[in-house]
Design a protein around this ligand. Structure first.
Ligand code: DC
Length: 238
C-alpha cells in the first residue's frame, strides 16, 4: 500500500544526487515525487525569455515589471510521463523538463530564487501538493519552510569537488558542451548564494538527518534512507 500522507523532505547542496535518491524512494514507497528546484528553474526560464533582468539591478524593485502580472502569467503544473512514471514540469502547458537543466538556467536560478515574491508563490504551490497524497520533495528549504512537520527530513551533503565531477559527467553525457571548471564554479557559486540569501537560506533543519554521500554508492544511500523510514513509527494522518 502506498503511504498516503507520508511526507519526506530531502534538502541539500547542488548536485548532491538529491533527486536520484528522492525518485527511487518515491518509486519504492509509491509516493509522488516533486522536484522543487525545477519550479525555480522554470520561473528563471520565464524571466530570461521575457527580458526581466537577472539579477535585478540594485535598487530596482521587481514591481517595476508589474510583478503581479508576471507571476500570474506563470502557471506551473506537473504531469506524469507515462513512460517513466515520473512527473515532469510544464509552464503554461509547455513541457520544460529538459530545457531547464541548461547551464544558462543554472547560472541564473540562484538570483531568481532569492526573490521574496517568487518564493512565496512557489512555497504556497508546494504546500498544496500534499493534498494529492504522500510525497517526497527535494530542494533547499523543504524541511525548514515548506514542510517543517515532515515525517522524515534528510539533509544531503558531499564534497564540492565530487559534486562537480558528478554534475560534469551528467551534463557531458547529455551532450552539453561545458568544461569541468565551469561546472565547479557554478556548483560552488550556487552553494554560496543558496546558503547566504536572506529568505529561507539553505540550512539543515534541526531535526534533519545528515546523509554525506561523498563516498556512498546509490544503493548505500537508498538503504540509509530506508532504514531511517523503518525507524519511523508512522501514523497515517488520514
Ligand atoms: O535542485 P536544483 O539544483 O535544480 O535547484 C535549482 C536552484 O533553485 C538552486 O540553486 C536553488 C533554488 N532552490 C531553492 O531556492 N529552493 C528550493 N526548494 C529548491 C531549489
Amino acid at each position: 500500500m502506498p503511504h498516503k500522507k507520508l511526507i519526506i523532505a530531502i534538502d541539500g547542496y547542488s548536485s548532491c544526487g538529491k533527486s536520484t535518491v528522492a525518485k527511487a524512494l518515491a518509486r519504492k514507497l509509491r509516493l509522488n515525487y516533486i522536484d522543487s528546484g525545477a519550479m525555480y528553474r522554470v520561473v528563471t526560464w520565464y524571466f530570461l525569455r521575457n527580458n526581466i533582468p537577472v539579477p535585478l539591478p540594485e535598487n530596482l524593485d521587481l514591481t517595476e515589471f508589474d510583478f503581479e502580472k508576471v507571476m500570474n502569467d506563470v502557471d506551473i503544473t506537473f504531469k506524469i510521463n507515462p513512460e517513466t512514471h515520473f512527473s515532469e514540469i510544464y509552464l503554461n502547458g509547455k513541457n520544460l523538463e529538459n530545457e531547464i537543466r541548461s547551464m544558462e538556467i543554472s547560472e541564473n536560478v540562484s538570483h531568481v530564487s532569492a526573490i521574496k515574491s517568487v518564493r512565496e508563490k512557489l512555497v504556497a504551490l508546494q504546500q498544496k501538493m500534499q493534498h494529492h497524497g504522500g510525497l517526497v520533495m527535494d530542494g533547499r528549504d523543504i524541511g525548514t519552510t515548506v514542510f517543517p512537520n515532515a515525517d522524515l527530513k534528510i539533509f544531503m551533503v558531499a564534497d564540492p569537488e565530487i559534486r562537480a565531477h558528478r554534475r560534469y559527467s551528467e551534463l557531458t553525457a547529455k551532450g552539453v558542451k561545458v568544461t569541468f571548471e565551469e561546472v565547479k564554479r557554478n556548483v560552488e557559486g550556487r552553494d554560496e548564494e543558496d546558503t547566504h540569501r536572506k529568505i529561507s537560506p539553505l540550512r539543515k533543519a534541526d531535526d534533519a538527518i545528515i546523509l554525506d554521500n561523498s563516498h556512498l554508492n546509490f544503493e548505500e544511500q537508498l538503504d540509509f534512507v530506508i532504514s531511517e523510514i523503518e525507524k519511523l513509527k508512522f501514523v497515517s494522518r488520514e
